[in-house]
Design a protein around this ligand. Structure first.
Ligand code: FE
Ligand code: CA
Length: 535
């Protein structure tokens, strides 16, 4: 039976001002008696009440279902993580913000084996509809807002979504999340680096404990991040589609046998722990992982307007060449067996792209896809380090049957917009896709390098925008004829409150691809990597 104490929760008020001011309180906030919770709806702040100190989330929306998530956090009495075998958590979905008109309900069990997380697949919902959802345990109640996807047979006139990545807790405050929570978007794509595995940090944004290796380490790290009320507000405001990058496990790891020179068995055990903790803490429509291999790639459709392919560029990739150094090229870089996605995921992606009939096809991806020569050198952790695998993707994106590819990207802690060309460093070759690289929520791009990189990228013939000094997120509105990206940046991440503004707006017109009349490039064309800058 639940023995959840309910005496502490965050005393928040609805609206942006109350939400922002909560940032300074940390995981527990003011002690208060349980009281009637305010109506929870769009724009309201979440109430991290009683056992629910880690908030709520929803994700992977379908036309008739959405995953609802919560994790029982700290015991409010002791301040320690939850213990005991299991706790019942009642849930319900309502059509109204007051939580009265119930359309689905049930009881989930939060078990120790799953880190006291629950994943509820709420089914029987109506398409393209906003819902409110609620969890109740130990007399405390929390809620969030979510939305189902449009029906597969529908033709939506627009879809607004956001994407974000890279929220090192030690790098600053989640002011961007406070504003993301206020955006009117149907879905949020999280592109990786939800946690950082390293130790360090100072003051009230220090990582507790050192580098994460064990399941307990990772669980504790997620708990630290999820206790942030701005992150809670953002996760509670819309369904998320979450993929991981490297820092959910280990910086710049590749595959299952290359990281920090650790023995293979040791790293696989670490990977299994990291993957389990990731699953426990994300609102994903995925079965619980059973070891160090965990397929997370998946696609989501939004009527005739868009299909999103959420990929995993980390778990299956070949090791970075040249010891992951910033170098021009390496002998085996063009080995055609080198892979970013692995053969199975690549086949899945190509089949999905070829069978998609939607106006837009969005690759939700971790690392920068466009060519990014830096004084003749390349970041070998990006797609630049996997040129043959990248060309295989480009060739499929270029096929006449694949309509309007967009690539959304995280990882690099800097924002950019670039055209992806058939020959990546030849802007006179056909434009195949547009890549929208989002900046980080908080994670640092070295300040001394920012102006240099901005100057270099600003001269790339296929580049349209670069900002290596701000933090924020990106909002995209898709219509049958246009994609509009709005790059939001916050005024600061070193204080708990910030303003937000739009740094740039960029439009991509939808094209109707003509039926093939002439032969284009031969499949498997390898780009000529010519250093553009010397020094
Ligand atoms: Fe990052
Ligand atoms: Ca990364």
């Amino acid at each position: 039976m639940p023995t959840i104490d309910r005496r502490r929760f965050l005393a928040g008020s609805a609206g942006t001002a109350g939400l922002l001011s909560l940032g300074a309180f940390g995981p527990f906030g003011p002690v208060d008696a349980l009281r009637a919770l305010p109506a929870f709806g769009q724009g309201a702040s979440p109430q991290a009440a009683g056992a629910f100190t880690l908030g709520v989330a929803s994700g992977d929306p379908l036309p008739d279902a959405v995953i609802l998530w919560t994790r029982l956090g700290f015991n409010p009495t002791t301040g320690l993580p939850f213990a005991g075998e299991s706790h019942d958590v009642d849930w319900r979905v309502t059509s109204d913000a007051a939580g009265a008109v119930v359309v689905a309900a049930g009881t989930a069990t939060a078990t120790a084996a799953d880190g006291y997380s629950v994943h509820v697949d709420a089914t029987g919902l109506s398409p393209d509809t906003e819902y409110h959802y609620w969890f109740v345990a130990g007399g405390a109640e929390v809620g969030g807002t979510t939305r189902t996807a449009p029906a597969s047979t529908s033709s939506p006139s627009s879809l607004r979504f956001a994407f974000a990545s890279c929220q090192s807790y030690t790098a600053g405050y989640y002011t961007a999340h406070a504003h993301l929570a206020q955006e009117d978007v149907a879905v949020v794509f999280w592109l990786g680096d939800f946690i950082y595995e390293n130790g360090g940090g100072t003051g009230d944004r220090a990582h507790t404990g050192g580098e994460c290796f064990t399941l307990d380490d990772y669980r504790t790290r997620y708990a630290l991040y999820l206790a942030d009320v701005n992150l809670q507000a953002s996760r509670a405001s819309a369904p998320w589609v979450v993929i991981w990058d490297d820092h959910e496990t280990d910086n710049n790891y590749a595959g299952d046998d290359q990281a920090d020179g650790a023995p293979v068995d040791e790293f696989r055990a670490r990977r299994a722990a990291a993957y389990q903790a990731w699953w426990e803490n994300q609102p994903v429509r995925l079965p619980k992982p059973t070891g160090s291999s965990f397929p997370i790639y998946r696609d989501l459709a939004f009527g005739s307007l868009a299909t999103f392919f959420a990929v995993d560029g980390r778990q299956y990739r070949s090791d970075q060449v040249c010891g992951d150094a910033l170098v021009s090229t390496c002998d085996d870089q063009f080995d055609p067996t080198r892979t970013m996605l692995g053969p199975e995921q690549e086949a899945w992606l190509f089949a999905g792209l070829r069978s998609s009939t939607t106006t837009w096809n969005v690759l939700a991806n971790q690392t920068v896809f466009s060519a990014l020569p830096l004084a003749g050198n390349y970041n070998q952790d990006q797609w630049d380090g996997y040129p043959v695998a990248r060309q295989r993707v480009i060739d499929v994106l270029h096929e006449p049957g694949v309509a309007n590819p967009l690539i959304i990207t995280g990882d690099i802690h800097a924002a950019g917009i670039a055209d992806v060309h058939l020959v990546p460093e030849d802007a006179t070759s056909p434009r195949v896709a547009t890549e929208l690289v989002g900046t980080s929520i908080t994670s640092i791009f070295p300040a001394e390098q920012a102006p240099i990189v901005e100057a270099i990228v600003g001269q790339l013939p296929w580049g349209h925008y670069v900002n290596a000094h701000d933090h924020g997120y990106t909002v995209v509105e898709l219509t049958p004829t246009n994609a509009r990206a709005e790059y939001r940046v916050v005024s600061t991440t070193t204080a708990t409150e910030a303003s937000v503004r739009t740094d740039t707006t960029y439009d991509v017109a939808a094209e109707v691809k003509a039926a093939p009349t002439t032969t284009t490039s031969a499949p498997g064309t390898i780009p000529v990597v010519t250093p553009r800058f010397t020094g």
